[in-house]
Design a protein around this ligand. Sequence first.
Ligand code: NAD
Ligand code: ISE
Length: 337
Amino acid sequence: MTLDVGVIGTGMIGQDHIRRLADVLSGARVAAVTDVDTDRARTVADGLSDVRVHPTGQDLIADPGVDAVVVTSWGPTHEQYVLAAIAAGKQVFCEKPLATTREACERIVDAEVAAGRRLVMVGFMRRYDEQYRAMKEVVTSGEIGAPLLMHAAHRNPSVPDHFTSEMIITDSTVHDIDVARWVLGEEIAAVRVLKPRVSSKARPGFNDPLLVLLEMGSGVLVDVEASVNAGFAYDIRGEVVGEDGTVELTESAGVLTKQRGRWSGRVPATWKERFARAFDTEFQAWVDAVAAGGTTGPSAWDGYAATVVCDTGLEALRTGERVPVVLRQRPDLYKEQ
Ligand code: NAD
Ligand code: ISE
């Protein structure tokens, strides 16, 4: 059976996921697309065969020829489409963030709980990266003993002009927040944000880098160094320090070159390059799960928790204080993960 997928939002990542569905994965095809920029949606559809272009996301979701929905529009528009897909009983893959406010995420969680089954997967693709998976396995196996600390760095080479200091938390660190919850298997209890010396490459008034400190429920501390004007490359780091050892991500380049008394390797240029395989694996997992009648991976609860921690981080950035994270009670639907 081939899954007919409808894609809402044909911008940068929408087009990348469409390419993935059309050329890389098995078991799915792109049946319909839509975008508020209708010309863009049309151009994308023209490059594929037999794809309907809908005027709105709601029309696409209502299309009986669409089995499942991918949401890759701007973050603040995600809620309406995820809710409409749940109401239509269709599986939905939503790029991060699930929604941009705590309240919007709660409405999604409530709707899914009322539907009585999981219909939402959130695009936290790092959970499908081989290195992060290996790191989680080591931590979960107990090999390095009880975790005490986690160090992370998320260095972006550059960002578009509309990017703000707040987005270092909501757009970038959100991935590290999800990784910390997932690798350590517990919720985040409090957040602090420190502002180091500002990079001369940052626009005036822009706090870059930031040091985001996450306090896990058990007391494990996670420090995330996040920056968006690093210039040199896209550099992602992670290490968990346990009572009996450590586990860390290695450089992702496949080869090491030794020449003239020096060794060197490639640092990825962008997140697309660094996580290319993770995106493929993530999407194939979703297609397979939907074809089997369910879903998989990061849930609406994970999307909710990440957004609440980001909100808390924004308050910590504003106030300079340690701010506790307040989550509602986890519904039974999300207990088994
Ligand atoms: P983009 O601006 O390139 O594309 C977004 C598209 O959505 C645009 O074509 C825009 O016209 C369209 N759009 C906006 N409002 C809409 C609406 N109401 N209905 C339909 N279409 C609408 O942005 P992008 O970089 O592709 O990001 C899209 C989403 O993907 C964001 O939520 C972003 O956070 C996420 N993202 C995730 C990753 C990742 O690493 N997982 C990477 C990049 C982006
Ligand atoms: C971007 O939106 C992503 O999600 C990337 O994975 C992240 O590394 C980058 O910082 C964000 O801007």
